[in-house]
Design a protein. Structure first.
Length: 102
């Protein structure tokens, strides 16, 4: 899967999470996923709980519009972002600084 792809109700993104970082950062990663560094540890869902508001802020959407759909306990996660697919895809592309085949 590419780092993101459009869906009927928004976009789906792949995120590689690095817990226990010095601060929370969401940025472009590779062609396959975004990169998220989280200060939270990977214990009892703390990293997942920290990821949702970080992604929501990066895409300027409410936290309730971000849903973890795969990778609950894995480092590589898939999230669904609800909203205007074109607008969300533009934000994703701007995080990468250009075009993408997603």
């Amino acid at each position: 899967m590419a780092a993101w792809r459009t869906r009927g109700d928004g976009i789906e993104i792949a995120v590689r999470v690095t817990p226990r970082a010095s601060r929370d950062v969401f940025a472009a990663g590779t062609e396959e996923y975004f990169s998220a560094r989280l200060a939270a540890p990977p214990v009892e869902g703390a990293a997942n709980a920290a990821l949702v508001p970080l992604v929501a802020k990066a895409f300027a959407i409410p936290k309730r519009a971000v849903t973890l759909i795969a990778g609950d306990t894995a480092r590589l996660k898939r999230l669904a972002l609800a909203g205007d697919p074109e607008a969300l895809a533009e934000i994703a592309a701007s995080l990468y600084g250009g075009a993408h085949d997603g």
